[in-house]
Design a protein around this ligand. Structure first.
Ligand code: SF4
Length: 457
């Protein structure tokens, strides 16, 4: 159920100006680290091209690659399940947990399970789910969803985390030392790992030719969870397939450099078969992806490897925060994925962009993100899912901008109003004014100034 739109939620985030500035700067710092890592990789653009082509091939032959992956995974002793919807995915995961009589699950980071709202579903069935990625555990303790796909608690300050740990883990009040807090989280999670009989992980890449999956983490939490559990459940969207193991060399080089500027994730773990005595399940989830595949305009979004680079660079995301997108995946990529699932509910998201194209420029698999945002706007307007006032405003603006007389007149009238009765425009009813200092109005238009200069030398 939708509550508030992006503009309203952004406005709430913007009430804490210091947080907005710090959020903006932190993400830009990560964007700069990404740039340095890319510049230090001489074949960077070639890698992007190759990754994009491989994903094109995958999307064109997805059916065949999925069946090959299933066959090879089954031969490796893995049980493969298919889920057409989020609900079916949740039911399958629950049935596996139930079959093994467990009431506690340790889970490493998986945006798919966020998309499917697995934690909430399992909690209703009486299953205790412990997120073991540090950032995810922080937002879980705070009863919030992640605000970023790679940095789930990027909107939290260390002092706030210190207070949260004091309340939930009993750390000394006022201690916000990151090393101390990390050690406290490690101790807290260690007990969960030791007693969790079922481990859930996401999947970064699924290799069709070998039937193996690759999970990338910086904390090793996926490995620890899986190695200590009797049951491993890996949940993946069907687009995570890559054809051959050799292709990992391309994607692993791109993924972390794009995400955080690191050369590679600390742990890139391959899971090919269950260890003796363990059972391993892979749940392949569609949840709207097949529909997206049918659309020439929007299918490229399925190339996404969830690096988060488009969020770090996006001026709107950096200053509006991940929760303002009211969808599991925030930022530019979330804004083109979400309307495919529920256009009416997420009709505002493609408009939460300046269309500057920075997202497309950094995307390691060359998704045409800003073009898709623009196309979604057209589809959404045609379907009638925008506010009537927005439609009227855009039509009026188009009429003014396409007629030189209207354009000149509107310019003179607006300059006059801003000079003599600015309150008519600069007031709290004008959303543009709320967060901005308006510029000083020029005495005349550029055209008038130009003619004046020409005449007077
Ligand atoms: S759309 Fe591209 S940049 Fe954004 S998360 Fe996906 S792969 Fe990364």
């Amino acid at each position: 159920m939708k509550t508030e739109d992006h503009a309203t939620l952004s406005e709430k985030f913007n009430r804490d100006e210091a947080r907005v500035d710090w959020h903006d700067k932190t993400l830009w710092f990560i964007r700069e680290k990404r740039d340095k890592a890319a510049w230090q990789t001489p074949d960077w653009e070639q890698l992007r091209d190759e990754a994009s082509q491989i994903k094109n091939n995958v999307l064109g032959n997805l059916h065949a690659y999925l069946l090959l992956f299933e066959k090879n995974a089954q031969q490796n002793g893995i049980t493969v399940h298919w889920a057409s919807t989020a609900e079916e995915h949740n039911r399958i995961v629950h049935s596996i947990i139930q079959k093994h009589g467990s009431k506690k699950v340790v889970k490493s980071k998986s945006m798919l399970t966020e998309e499917c709202h697995l934690n909430e579903y399992l909690a209703k069935q009486g299953i205790d789910v412990i997120d073991t990625d540090l950032g995810e555990r922080i937002v879980q303790l705070a009863d919030e969803p992640p605000s970023h796909i790679v940095l789930p608690c990027i909107h939290w300050k260390k002092e706030e985390i210190g207070e949260l740990f004091h309340q939930h883990l009993g750390t000394p009040k006022g201690n916000a030392d990151p090393q101390f807090l990390t050690a406290a989280a490690r101790e807290h999670l260690r007990e969960k790992f030791m007693t969790g009989r079922v481990a859930i992980t996401g999947v970064n890449f699924a290799v069709a030719e070998t039937g193996e999956i690759v999970v990338c983490t910086n904390e090793g939490n996926a490995d620890l969870g899986v190695q200590l559990a009797d049951v491993h459940i890996a949940c993946m969207g069907i687009e995570k397939i890559i054809p051959q193991r050799k292709h990992l060399g391309i994607f692993l080089r791109l993924l972390t450099r794009s995400a955080t500027g690191q050369p590679i994730t600390t742990y890139s773990s391959h899971f090919r078969s269950p260890r003796p005595g363990q059972s391993m399940h892979i749940v392949l989830v569609d949840n709207g992806r097949s529909e997206r595949l049918k659309s020439d305009d929007f299918r490229n979004a399925l190339k996404c490897i969830r690096c988060g680079a488009c969020m770090n660079t996006c001026p709107v995301y950096r200053r509006s925060g991940g929760h303002s997108y009211h969808y599991a995946i925030a930022g530019p990529i979330g804004s083109i994925l979400a309307p495919g699932l529920d256009m009416k509910k997420h009709a505002d998201l493609p408009f939460a962009s300046t269309l500057c194209g920075s997202c497309s420029n950094v995307c390691p698999v060359k998704i045409d993100i800003h073009d898709q945002l623009y196309k979604w706007r057209q589809v959404i307007v045609q379907k009638g899912y925008v506010k009537k006032t927005k439609g009227i405003g855009v039509k009026a603006m188009a009429d003014i901008l396409s007629n030189s007389f209207f354009y000149r007149t509107a310019g003179s009238v607006t300059r006059w109003i801003l000079k003599y009765i600015p309150g008519l425009i600069n007031n709290s009813f004008n959303p543009w004014y709320k967060q901005r200092e308006m510029p000083r109005v020029p005495e005349r238009s550029f055209k008038e100034w130009y003619h004046h200069r020409k005449k007077n030398g």
